[in-house]
Design a binder for this molecule. Sequence first.
Ligand code: ADP
Ligand code: MG
Ligand code: ZN
Length: 605
Amino acid sequence: MKNNRRPDLGFLMFIILVFLVLALISPFFLGGTLTSSNTPVAVSTSEIVQMVKNGEIKSMVVVSNTSVKATGTDGKVYTADLDIISEQMLLDAAKDSPTNVAYSVQQEKTSIWITILGNWIPLLFSIFLLVFLFRQSSAGSNQVFSFTRSKARLYVEDKPTITFKDVAGAEEAKKDLLEIVDFLKNPKKYQVIGAKIPKGVLLVGPPGVGKTLMAKAVAGEAGVPFFSVSGSEFVEMFVGVGAARVRDLFEQARKYAPCIVFIDEIDAVGRERGAGIGGGHDEREQTLNQLLVEMDGFDPYAGIIVLAATNRPDILDPALLRPGRFDRKVILDMPDVNGRKQILLIHMRGKPIAPEVDAERLAQLTPGFSGADLANLVNEAALLAARKNKNIITMDEFEEAVEKVMLGPQRGRVLSAEEKKITAYHEIGHAVCTAILDNPKEIHKISIVPRGMAVGYVFGGSGEEKVMYTRDELIKKIAVLLGGRASEEVFLHTQTTGAENDIQRATDIARRMVVEWGMTDLGPVTLEERQDMVFLGREITKSKNYSEATAQLIDQKTKDILEEAYEMAKETLSERMERIHTLAQRLMEVETMSSDEFLSLISEG
Ligand code: ADP
Ligand code: MG
Ligand code: ZN
């Protein structure tokens, strides 16, 4: 803001200077006319020459080549047009005049002004510029010369109004961060007693769980400024800029302490050194080094807390995690049912929500949703309500929004009668296997309305999340996944491509049962290890620890598991032929079926 005012001042100065100069020079040129109160009388040149000869003219101003302005002895003013010849005549006459005619010659008036302004403006401007530059650099901020500084605007410096109240769930994290808040409110207290406060805190968690939100909330709770910069911004354009920016960021932070410096996506700069492709002393590395230097540099009681967010703590450079740097980790996890409910309630605040809308039920429908997904969900519901010209958001909109967020926008294509029939049997197959083999509560809705990538789906979620599965449960999970294909085969004696994704997921589980979880007679041995490769970012590679012979065995065992589950699914469906025909028929009619209707139909008889 200070910087914006300066040019204004300079401009004002410039205007004042121009006026001053004008005021100074105008009497000189305008003097003749200004002092004479008479309006000039236009006469011919020869008349003026005559008057000069007669001694009736006191003084005159000759504007070369164009005109003359003469003041008579009686005070009258005359003007006449001139050309080169008449001008010479006039001047000759003046010399011969009995009275001493005072005369001056000037260039044509307007051209004089243009020349003067043309000469003065650049000069004034350079003076103004010099003064401006001088004031800038003497103020200690060499902004004009340093393009790294221009990024300073990016550091959102404000005191966030967000507090812990706006972050739902994450109670553990809040508890951990409370100490930081207290320190920022009163650094002296900690200094007196010699208690050490971490300089850096790493917020770890998957995308959308509210890391950025939490960082702002810490600043908001403590009521301190919040400087935010994203790791990817550091590594943006020019070599050496990243390091300069880090320096600049901390310079500003020191001025505003106590404050929070938030580095989002720190993995962009903080990746383990020498591990990237291209290695060596690259830009990122210099930036990281500068960050380490700055973090070591400031006094622990300066009142600066550096928060950093990442979803890849595993790839961070160990030097970043050393004591005195980011030696504290705060984990933000995907919200559980209760967390999701709280997040939904926060985002429903201040929106016209129908009283029957049940946040708890919605939370149960949305396992795996992050805070950001849930925020998006509430917004989608509001958009849908607005589109329908409703002034209140009902459960219908929320359910539609859940599906939308989960599966992408509704597909604008219609199934043929045959496709519809196959899809109905396929989905009923999944649903029946879910109800019988897994948990009826997992089913919320069955639909054959195509959406996103999925043609039809069993839409569910009991809200229960498991941390561990038994072999039996896994087989049943696979059976549920294969239930669609089983149904196609049992009832329609056909196989479709619609089962592709089911089969992929089923195979993945089966294979992991063999090679990772040791659930076959190959024994409790890790045959394959999944590894996140630092070099390749997100890429997952598998290291194989077995011979060709074992490879064949693994394939065989995987196939056995899949067959076992597939048989289980077919059996489950075959035992309920009648009811499944009824269910499929009904689903073809209504296209979407609630879990209540499904469960009452399946349990009939
Ligand atoms: P991250 O930085 O972890 O990727 P953000 O902090 O950017 O996630 O979260 C994105 C949005 O999701 C937030 O602006 C907020 O609206 C919502 N959100 C995420 N987590 C929560 C939460 N725990 N409570 C309330 N809102 C949340
Ligand atoms: Mg973020
Ligand atoms: Zn399927």
